[in-house]
Design a protein around this ligand. Structure first.
Ligand code: ADP
Ligand code: MG
Length: 672
């Protein structure tokens, strides 16, 4: 049983604040973990060194005096005394300190400046001996103090500890000498030493990963249970013969990927597979051969693309790849003329179209297939679970293949995508050049101007990317409209500047794209609409404003646009961020051209939510666990979950499974 915050005797005012932090019951609150710990140690006065962090108790002997500076900054000074000496205390930006009484004993934590002077970081009226040792530090909001947090946690723990149950079955607690859940909570919030903290974290992390794997396995089991189908009937050789007609030999990993897909199509399980590989590794041809196999078995296939530009691009390259076949391929998107649309829809219904490429418009109700057998989705993170399900519902037991250009290392993929089968393409086609990337710590065109002029002189074209379309009050980034106007002035008579963004109509976009392709435009200022799909070999330079606002994987995809031919591409990342972490992140792109390394770094720094998008929403979040660092616990818990599912009639196992099912109800009901 989980107690309410009220039952834990937490004052109503505090409950209001906790609710704002999305903490609603004892379990929520006790899983609100410190993000770091502070170690307060007593050091004898004789041993104090300049710059030491010191903590001591003393009596106030002069009234605090504050001086005001410009703005609202203040400096307050007063004196205190103890058995050791008299000290001069300085405190910044705490003008309300003059509530202090003479003779009052206070505890000061601060930095020793030498000469009996201390700059206080913190002071309080609690006895010193209560504060020594290890102290948790919580992420705080809404005016809550660290002390408030410790108080509510203390009440919560004391009042609810009798009701805290173990979720991890005793077999595993014994096997790995894990703590009881109750003890783990106690040690993580009220530790006596560093060992307490690490024991608690070890136990809680184990539980977190165990529940994560269990959730994923339950989803997988549910998929397998419902999804049996009649295997598709075609000849492997017929498909591979076609591969021999391609203008290039498939790479080793492409062959393996095609095999995985064909086997899935033929098997009596419904395919639920992910193909992941770096930008340009050649995923499209794998999907194409899969779709060919599907049509050989007399069923229709669909390819879902995130944007209209990409849909058209896929359509053209499919037609090109499959020109030696007599398969009928069409493309559907909302801006298509009504007559053409009507024709496609009719042919689709009558089974006269084998492969249909399209945007979200494929999901619309009036799109009816005669016999849909296979759906491929490109760029998984842009499609919601709901949209995918709607498309799958247009056929019976439809095989499903997802393509991702945000590849992550194989072991990690097996964890995060545990409910899918994963194929990883690691080898790149030979002869690929890497884009040269330069980080410029200034958010202005000035620093690239002379390079740009040179590039234009050579007759080459340039992309300029901004994160915003137009100026906005709460967003300080450079925007497409302003930059477009500036560059127009700057390059008057030298180059034609074009503009491209998502708010333009389909026709306008198409026109600009064509003009850029024909080199009527030399500099194209745009948002990330060019991220995927645009293929202009003569554009060999990209300038990205406010680079720190983008994800690393996204930047990696963007720069891929300027290495389409044999000429060396170059990408300038502009930023005025002074944050060390942002700069380090961007430097990953300067050093590496490997999509696996780059998304791994994204994952390490920003967690899975950002890079994997909606797919994992509803699954348990990692409060303590780190997907990149905790590989051993991840492996162990994965095996243990298998055992737990095999012994699902054991009372403790059954209880855990029920609990995880309940928590993940949402994710489970939408995944089927
Ligand atoms: P992505 O995996 O990023 O979707 P694509 O499928 O668009 O990559 O392929 C990128 C380019 O590489 C295309 O022009 C494609 O024709 C080409 N390509 C694919 N496979 C090979 C190969 N084995 N050898 C040479 N070029 C290839
Ligand atoms: Mg692609």
């Amino acid at each position: 049983m989980v107690l309410s915050l009220k039952a834990c005797k937490i004052p109503p005012k505090k409950i209001e604040i906790l609710n704002q932090m999305s903490l609603y019951d004892a379990e929520d609150l006790l899983s609100y973990y410190p993000f770091r710990y502070e170690q307060l140690e007593l050091k004898e006065y004789d041993h104090w060194q300049i710059k030491d962090k010191v903590v001591f108790e003393a009596r106030v002997i002069t009234y605090p005096k504050s001086i005001r500076f410009k703005g609202s900054r203040t400096m307050t000074k007063f004196q205190v005394e103890n058995e050791d000496d008299v000290f001069d205390i300085t405190l910044f930006n705490r003008p309300w300190i003059n509530k202090m009484e003479l003779g009052q004993v206070i505890t000061i934590i601060g930095k020793y400046e030498g000469n009996r002077k201390v700059t206080a970081i913190q002071y309080n009226f609690r006895p010193l001996n209560e504060q020594l040792g290890i102290q948790p530090v919580y992420p705080l909001k809404y005016g809550l103090t660290q002390k408030n947090m410790q108080d509510v946690l203390r009440r919560c723990f004391d009042n609810s500890k009798a009701t805290i149950e173990n979720d991890v079955p005793s077999k595993y607690r014994e096997r790995y000498r894990l703590l009881d859940k109750k003890d783990a909570y106690e040690k993580i919030h009220f530790p006596e030493n560093a060992t307490d903290v690490s024991l608690a974290i070890r136990t809680l992390k184990y539980e977190e990963f165990l529940k994560f794997h269990l959730a994923i396995q339950l989803i997988r089991k549910q998929n397998e249970k419902v999804e049996h189908k009649q295997g598709k009937n075609f000849n492997f050789d017929d498909v591979f013969v076609l591969a021999n007609h391609l203008p290039f030999p498939l790479t080793k990993d492409q062959v393996k990927a095609v095999n995985d897909v064909l086997e899935d199509l033929q098997s009596d399980h419904v395919m639920y597979r992910l193909i992941q590989g770096d930008v340009g590794c050649g995923k499209t041809v794998v999907a194409a051969l899969g779709m060919v196999a599907c049509s050989y078995s007399k069923k229709q296939a669909a390819l879902l693309a995130p944007t209209e530009i990409l849909a058209k691009q896929h359509y053209l390259s499919l037609k090109d790849l499959l020109r030696s076949t007599d398969l009928k391929i069409e493309v559907l998107y909302s801006a298509l003329p009504t007559i053409k649309k009507k024709e496609i829809l009719e042919n689709l219904k009558e089974g006269k179209i084998d492969i249909l490429v399209g945007t979200h418009s494929l999901i619309q109700a009036d799109v009816v297939f005669k016999d849909l057998g296979f759906v491929v989705a490109d760029e998984q993170h842009r499609f919601g679970v709901e949209q995918r399900r709607k498309l799958l519902d247009k056929g019976d037991k439809v095989d499903f293949l997802l393509m991702s250009a945000t590849p992550i290392p194989r072991t990690l993929a097996n964890t995060l995508y545990g409910d899918m089968d994963v194929t990883t393409i690691e080898t790149m086609p030979s002869g690929r050049k890497e884009v040269k990337t330069v980080l410029i710590e200034e958010n202005s065109f000035r620093s690239v101007l002379s390079d740009v002029k040179e590039i234009l002189q050579e007759g080459r074209q340039i992309y300029v990317v901004c994160s915003a379309i137009e100026e906005s009050e709460n967003f300080s980034a450079r925007n497409v409209v302003d930059i477009y106007e500036n560059l127009q002035k700057q390059f008057k008579g030298i180059a034609t500047v074009g503009i491209l963004h998502g708010k333009m109509s389909s026709d306008e976009k198409e026109q600009v794209m064509q003009d850029f392709k024909k080199n009527k435009i030399q500099i194209l200022v745009s948002t990330t609409v060019i991220e995927v799909g645009i293929n202009v070999v003569n554009a060999t330079c990209m300038i990205i404003y406010d680079a720190h606002r983008f994800g690393l994987s996204q930047l990696h995809q963007l720069r891929g646009r300027v290495q389409r031919g044999s000429h060396q591409g170059i990408c300038y990342l502009l930023t005025d961020s002074k944050e060390q972490e942002s700069l380090e992140r961007l430097n990953v792109l300067v050093k590496s051209n490997n999509g696996f390394e780059i998304s791994f770094e994204d994952l390490r720094l920003r967690g899975p939510g950002d890079i994997l998008g909606t797919r994992q929403s509803g699954l348990p979040a990692f409060l303590l666990g780190n997907l990149v660092e905790d590989t051993k616990i991840i492996e162990t818990t994965r095996k243990d979950v298998q055992e737990i599912l095999d012994e699902s009639t054991n009372i403790e196992n059954e209880r855990l499974i029920k609990k995880v099912l309940l928590i993940n109800e949402n994710a489970l009901s939408t995944m089927d």
